[in-house]
Design a protein around this ligand. Sequence first.
Ligand SMILES: C=CC1=C(C)c2cc3[nH]c(cc4nc(cc5[nH]c(cc1n2)c(C)c5CCC(=O)O)C(CCC(=O)O)=C4C)c(C)c3C=C
Ligand SMILES: [Fe+2]
Length: 420
Amino acid sequence: MTALDPSATEHRSPLARRAFLRGASAGAAVTAGALAGAFAAAAEPQSAGPSGRRIPFHGPHQAGITTPQQDAASFVSFNVIAPDRAGLSELLRTLTERIRLLTSGGPVPATDLASPPTDSAILGPVLPADGLTITVSVGASLFDDRYGLTARKPAKLVAMPVFPDDNMLGSKELHGDLSLQICADSRDTVMHALRDITRHTRGGMQPSWKADGFHAAPRPSGTPRNQLGFKDGISNPEIDDRTVADSVLWTHGGANGEPAWVEGGSYQVVRIIRMLVEFWDRVSLREQERMIGRRRDSGAPLDGTGESDAPDFQSDSQGLLTPMNSHIRLANPRTPDSAGQRFLRRGYNYDRGLDLDGNLDVGLIFCCYQQDVERQFQTAQQRLAGEPLVDYISPTGGGYFFTLPGAKGPSDWLGSTLLS
Ligand SMILES: C=CC1=C(C)c2cc3[nH]c(cc4nc(cc5[nH]c(cc1n2)c(C)c5CCC(=O)O)C(CCC(=O)O)=C4C)c(C)c3C=C
Ligand SMILES: [Fe+2]
């Protein structure tokens, strides 16, 4: 059960190991190798593991993009502090190794009483796979002059601009050199993974902000609801269709002005959007539904009866059924042009308690993936500027990131094509 999997460790240079172990405590240095050996082997068959489902880590694309949404998520942004390009390479190799082990699950090695424990133990002695995915993305700032990567920047990667109605002044939750989307079936699995990763990458990167989210159960069925009470996530591109995925989701090396290394990646947009629920709850149901363009109870479009019905905007060119300025009509007008502007939404609700005035600090961690952030998210965001919904929401943070291509096998690592 605790067999050491040589393939999980063979790609680590001793130098890479030492550099990060220096950043951690001496005790952690002892434990890091032990952990690598004692966690379940990454190349084991993809069984469910000790608890729940195990999401395969290896592949042309990272897990956590097309993976059905888990219930808990943390979006964590980091400043990379590795001293040079070799250090960045070590950081990405270490990160890959930890993700490979954590997403496999398995027993934690016994702790030597004289050393710091090998693991935080918040998940007990056997780590559950628990549907864990950890998706690694990089921000535009990583391509400044620190690591000699300027010429390798993904063509559409820029710092997220400020949009009309944004409230980002003074925000501490903006941008980042590197970001992790950590998702699992339970909240403590997400926290365990983050603690493990920050411990093993100390000296290579430092967390700068974090947003925790949850995905609600369907009420009563179908798509789960956001905190405005509406089903959210109903209409997404059919990414199970490979032609669709290749045209709206994945980046292709050499196409669209992209460097070769981006093959199999995607652009991620994260927006932290507070919902002003005290105001929203005072709006009539009719008005709420006209703002969104769907029924609150069923999620059906205003010209349909079931949540999966497609609205027919062409037959309603005056907006008599679905207002022209409703959220869904602006976000996806369903014209020939807008087909290529669609993107995959994968957002989470958040709840951060109360603000200083006693108002609920709740909202949406909007997250989406796409091939070209300018053609897709940004075009929709510009159409949404000034929509009636803006009076009830307040975007306060987020960033644009490029999600690295997947690690293709046990000896590959995330970022290998970027840095080779
Ligand atoms: C620019 C992109 C979008 C932002 C930002 C955004 C914020 C946001 N959305 C809701 C609630 C709903 N959105 C819904 C659909 C929907 N939203 C976007 C884009 C953004 N939303 C798209 C592309 C779509 C799909 C449109 C379509 O194809 O029909 C819905 C309806 C249900 C659904 O299809 O998911 C709701 C509800 C909030 C509250 C919000 C900011 C807090
Ligand atoms: Fe939306």
